[in-house]
Design a protein around this ligand. Structure first.
Ligand code: GTP
Length: 370
């Protein structure tokens, strides 16, 4: 079975984490998100995948090659310029010969793909769209269906009084390649605003597949933190790497944890991590490879990518740090704040209220109180 994964977007909402790293390559629990997604697809019977890449395309080649490391066949195809979601699939049409899954490359879900495929076949659908319920539909594109689940209308970000359903497009599709004849070649073209509305007019069968499977778009800072939280507390099935050394504390390699440090799960600790005297690391937290946590630092609900040095007595709460940052003593980073890569923040800064610090930033002592 074949699939196309759309991984060419700029990931603007997740900047500065996506300045140097394309969104599907950002780590999820210390593993590139796309890698865990490929493993999930492989384990559900998809053995050949086309990655439709554009932004920072080389990063995919370097990390994934031809897919043999993951026991699957991988084609990495770069668009000359962004083609949009449907245009990106059109661009790889020559590799598709049969019913094909298409995935947004930024969705964490445990959807049952074989059940969706059986449904697509039973309905003799040309396009099947996975749907998920949300609490506040005003921020999303809604999909209205007839009683038999045939799609009859798309509603983009409706006003509260216009809401007729809470089901939204969940970013997993099954398509028959013949529908790509409606997509103009070499142009920017979207599913939601292009192909799907056209198919409503042509009358080709297009069905929704509602499901209560776990679903989160990892593409916003808070949802990126939320999905870590959900994985660590066991809300979604996940194969943790490494060994469990205490109640919900996983160690991925060697670590040097001071006997007076406190680690309260769920916490994942990468290879070569050092946790200093009196430091407190409270879950749900992920520490990337080579992170060094200074004495008496306090971390709670944070995601640190590889190579971060956290100074003595620093406080980090509900925040994300990219790679290789140096955080000064007694600096405080909280409230959904995001630090890019290679930053050097001096002692006693206060970064709160979701502040975003761009890669390579240097701050002196007490330079920011935000
Ligand atoms: P934002 O800039 O934060 O909106 O993120 P994004 O650029 O990833 O856009 P969005 O979340 O809407 O994209 C949904 C999925 O489609 C993501 O997996 C993107 O990587 C992918 N995608 C969006 N536009 C393109 C494109 O032009 N080409 C390809 N190949 N993929 C795309």
């Amino acid at each position: 079975m074949k699939a196309v994964i759309l991984v060419g977007g700029l990931g603007t909402r997740l900047r500065p984490l996506t300045c140097n790293t394309p969104k599907p390559m950002i780590p999820l629990v210390n593993q590139p998100f796309i890698e865990s997604m490929l493993i999930r697809l492989r384990d559900q019977g998809i053995d050949e995948v086309v990655l439709a890449v554009q932004y920072l395309a080389d990063r995919f080649h370097t990390a994934l090659g031809d897919g043999s490391r993951l026991n699957m066949k991988l084609h990495i195809i770069k668009e000359d310029e962004p083609r949009g979601t449907a245009g990106a699939v059109k661009n790889v049409e020559h590799l598709l010969d049969d019913t094909t899954f298409v995935f947004n490359g930024d969705v964490m879900t445990d959807l049952d793909l074989q059940a969706m495929l059986a449904y697509h076949r039973e309905k003799q659908s040309k396009v099947t769209i996975s749907l998920t319920p949300v609490d506040d539909p005003t921020q999303f594109g809604l999909v209205e269906m007839h009683k038999d689940n045939r799609v009859h209308r798309f509603l983009e970000k409706p006003r509260a009084e216009d809401i007729t359903t809470n089901l939204i497009n969940a970013g997993t599709y099954i398509i028959e390649p013949e529908v790509l004849r409606y997509v103009p070649p070499s142009q920017f073209y979207m599913f939601e605003r292009g192909l799907f509305p056209v198919m409503l007019q042509t009358g080709d069968p297009m069905f929704g597949f509602p499901s209560r499977a776990y679903w989160t778009d990892i593409g916003k800072p808070q949802t990126y933190l939320d999905v870590h939280h959900d994985i660590l507390i066991g809300k979604v099935r996940y194969n943790f790497r490494g060994q469990q050394i205490a109640d919900r504390v996983w160690l991925e390699g060697d670590a040097d944890i001071h006997s007076s440090a406190q680690v309260v799960g769920p916490v994942v600790i990468g290879r070569g991590v050092k946790i200093g005297r009196g430091a407190r690391v409270i879950g749900p937290t992920v520490l990337g490879d080579g992170c060094q946590i200074g004495a008496d630092a306090a971390l709670e609900g944070v995601v640190l990518w590889d190579g971060n040095e956290i100074g003595e007595g620093a406080t980090l709460r509900n925040c994300v740090l990219g790679r290789n940052n140096r955080i000064g003593a007694k600096t405080m980073i909280t409230d959904g704040s995001i630090i890019g890569d290679d930053c050097s923040l001096g002692p006693e800064n206060r970064l709160e209220h979701g502040i975003r610090i761009w890669p390579g930033t240097s701050l002196g002592e007490r330079a920011i109180s935000f």
